[in-house]
Design a protein around this ligand. Structure first.
Ligand SMILES: Nc1nc2c(ncn2[C@@H]2O[C@H](COP(=O)(O)OP(=O)(O)O)[C@@H](O)[C@H]2O)c(=O)[nH]1
Ligand SMILES: [Mg+2]
Length: 252
């Protein structure tokens, strides 16, 4: 079994992409299954094979601990790790070729809290990979792009699994797509774009951070996709196969 985690900010397209990857593998004759790890979600664009909501119930948490919706979501996210044995049993019983894990919108789970990385590191699977989604609609400026890349870097260093970086909603951003791809592959282009927008102090802070992180090397290979038109999904599959199968692709 190979496990693919889909992470990214709230609304970046995780659930919809999960459904597209599921369809892709199924169409190609592989046995794929979906694990929904989001305890707070109402409706999903796919049928879950395994669902954390069977074990963690937001409404009972609200009542039991007298919490509001935010507090109970945070608590529910922390409880995910404590349900790993139950979820692992279901995963083992299902035993798919590809397990797709759709994750909660609260990115803190992976950026800061222990529960997210614990779950990813301790779920037993032959191979694991993470897809991190850069939400195309959030990249309205080069500074925003850097900010999102820093978040992606924080998560990558905490998860310690091969990561594929994806830019979603390519259908919505028009001309900006070209800019974003050039920022992600060429540090100089990114610095020039920032120089036009930021004042001296911000510019020097950002460029120092970028050089320290060698962001251009890190963000290289940002794959643009649209979950709506299907554009780029095949490229994503190729990158994903490389990450999890060491180059062996799903057979047609
Ligand atoms: N136009 C467009 N909309 C998208 C794309 N991906 C997701 N969406 C929409 O963005 C919203 C959030 O998507 P969802 O998959 O629920 O995001 P999640 O919170 O990360 O799981 C939904 O209304 C989706 O239909 C995309 O590539 N293009
Ligand atoms: Mg979702």
């Amino acid at each position: 079994m190979k496990t693919i985690f889909v992470t990214g900010t709230a609304g970046s397209g995780k659930s919809l992409l999960t459904s597209k990857i599921y369809e892709y593998y199924t169409r190609n004759g592989a046995f794929a299954a979906v694990l929904n790890l989001d305890p707070g979600v109402d409706s999903l664009p796919y049928t879950c094979d395994i669902d954390v909501r069977d074990y963690v119930d937001i409404v009972s948490i609200m009542h039991q601990y007298d919490l509001g919706p935010n507090g109970s979501l945070i608590m529910a996210n922390d409880l995910i790790a404590s349900k790993i044995d139950e979820l692992q049993n279901e995963v083992d019983r299902t035993n798919p070729d590809y397990l797709l894990v759709d994750t909660p919108g609260q990115i803190e789970l992976f950026a800061y809290r222990t529960s997210g990385p614990f779950f990813i590191q301790n779920l037993r699977s032959e191979e694991k990979a993470n897809i991190f989604l850069f939400d195309g609609s959030l990249i309205t400026s080069p500074v925003n792009f850097v900010s999102l890349s820093l978040l992606a870097t924080s998560i990558k260093l905490r998860l310690d699994v091969p990561t594929v970086n994806v830019l979603t909603k390519s259908d919505l951003i028009g001309e900006k797509l070209k800019d974003v791809l050039s920022w992600s592959s060429n540090l100089r282009t990114l610095e020039e774009a920032i120089a036009k927008e930021a004042d001296g102090e911000t510019y020097s802070l950002i460029t120092n951070v970028l050089r320290g992180l060698n962001l251009s090397g890190f963000a290289q290979g940002l794959i643009p996709i649209s979950n709506v038109t299907g554009e780029g999904i095949v490229n994503l599959e190729i990158a994903l196969s490389r990450a999890i199968n060491l180059g062996e692709e799903v057979e047609d």
